[in-house]
Design a protein around this ligand. Structure first.
Ligand SMILES: *Cc1c(COP(=O)(O)O)cnc(C)c1O
Length: 426
């Protein structure tokens, strides 16, 4: 069986395969740089695991209170050392990224404090956490006020406006690294560093929290290397390496992390409780795999960008732009094209490949959302997936791929479905 036959079996025509190979022939140098970065990330994680003497006793399950859980404590040291922070909270009890962000915010903001977002409107699900859209138990309900500084038209920080917006009341500053469901560029670690410096120049004790979702291991450094007091993310994205079945992380200063632990469990209990329920092998091994899994996803994103760019679609980032997260936005211009694209991604999946994704309402989102995912872990978006709110500019957000060949197949099948629907010509 040759490659052509294999792809035929999976539903990719010779024409689409040839188009894809043509696109790929231009990307060798790019892929080399992605792999070099993965090597660096792998070394960071390995060094942290070796320094903390990870051993088989750390994989033991604990139950109940989880007192003296050496494995859990060691995993948290490994995260802290990889991100170069004083402390880390890495728990299956942080049920998703939004929860980790909500804990980080509510632990470090008190009534009367102000939360200032300086990368524009935060991720959709945070609107209810903050109270931008009213919700029971929002920060607004607890008397935390909110202000926002938008990014400039080119997607960079408005540093003069940031300096002007920081006041005595500004307790916590929110920065979102990834574009989320927006078609702005993702922020680089270097840009984030400059923005943090601007905030601290006005108020050195302002706590800066970076929503690091989708950004981990994409660059050689993390926001915690450039002054962030907290970095927050989800274990069913990059740092879980596809193996973590649940969880979130917060890394940062001891002071901030202590407060997060008190908020997550209870004042007085903090980090001392929280059984690992037997999940530590997956959390350790997933973190070990995370740099190369992230690289596979970045390769997929670059391939998708190059292919769709060649067909005349607007893609963010462009295929030759530097990457700061694993997300590829592709503006497809119509609901039909979004549906065709997602159909292709779904058909490429190892799980649920036979189902057809359709737009539907989603909790936390104000438009209907279409999602394609056939994942081993429900909702895991480091696994190959595509989604997007069905509204202008009809952009799909493509991400993940635990292996590069799988990400490649996903892109090829998305092209196939658009071709079959008469929405593109090769
Ligand atoms: C995914 C994501 C979140 C929320 O994570 P969930 O695990 O879906 O709750 C927050 N911010 C950004 C930028 C994200 O990409």
């Amino acid at each position: 069986m040759n490659t052509n036959d294999i792809y035929q079996t999976l539903g990719v025509s010779g024409a689409v395969l040839a188009f894809g190979e043509g696109v790929l022939s231009t990307l060798a140098e790019r892929f080399g740089a992605i792999d070099a970065n993965a090597e660096l990330g792998q070394a960071k994680v390995l060094a942290a695991m070796q320094k903390n003497r990870v051993n088989a006793t750390h994989f033991a399950a604990t139950t109940g209170y989880g007192y003296d859980d050496a494995g859990r404590d060691t995993l948290e040291r490994v995260y802290a050392d990889t991100f170069h922070t004083e402390a880390a909270l890495v728990r299956p009890q942080l049920v998703c990224g939004t929860h980790a962000l909500a804990v980080a915010l509510s632990a470090n903001l008190l009534p009367g404090d102000e939360l200032l977002a300086i990368s524009g409107k935060p991720y959709d699900t945070l609107e209810e956490v903050i109270g931008i859209r009213p919700s029971p138990c929002s920060l607004a309900e607890y008397g935390v006020s909110y202000r926002q500084v938008d990014l400039l038209d080119d997607g960079s920080f408005d540093l003069p406006a940031v300096r002007a917006a920081v006041t005595e009341r500004t307790k916590l500053v929110h920065i979102q690294r990834s574009k989320g469901y927006q078609t702005r560029p993702t922020l680089s670690v270097a840009q984030i560093g400059e923005a943090i410096a601007a905030v601290k120049s006005v108020k050195p004790d302002a706590v800066v929290m970076v929503d690091n979702c989708y950004g981990e291991f994409v660059e050689p450094t993390e926001p915690s290397d450039v002054g962030a007091d907290m970095c927050v993310g989800s274990l069913i994205k990059n740092p879980g390496g596809g193996l973590a079945p649940i969880g979130g992380y917060i890394v940062g200063t001891q002071r901030c992390i202590d407060r997060c632990a008190y908020r997550l469990s209870a004042p007085g209990l903090g980090q001392e409780v929280g059984a690992n329920l037997g999940l530590l092998p997956a959390l350790f091994q997933g973190f070990f795999l995370a740099p190369t899994v992230t690289a596979a996803a970045v390769r997929g994103a670059v391939f998708a960008a190059a292919a769709y760019e060649q067909l005349g679609f607007r893609v963010v980032p462009a295929s030759d732009e530097a990457r700061h997260d694993v997300i590829q936005a592709i503006e497809l211009g119509s609901e039909a094209a979004m549906c065709a694209f997602c159909k292709g991604i779904q058909q490429a999946a190892p799980v649920d490949s036979y189902v057809t994704p359709v737009p539907a309402p989603m909790p936390g989102y104000d438009a209907q959302v279409i999602m394609a995912a056939g994942a081993f872990v429900q909702g895991s978006s480091i696994e190959l997936s595509a989604d997007g709110p069905v509204r202008e500019p009809y952009a799909v957000y493509f991400q993940g791929g635990l292996t590069w060949p799988h990400a490649k197949l996903g892109v090829l099948l998305s092209l196939q479905k658009l071709l079959d629907a008469g929405l593109i010509q090769l």
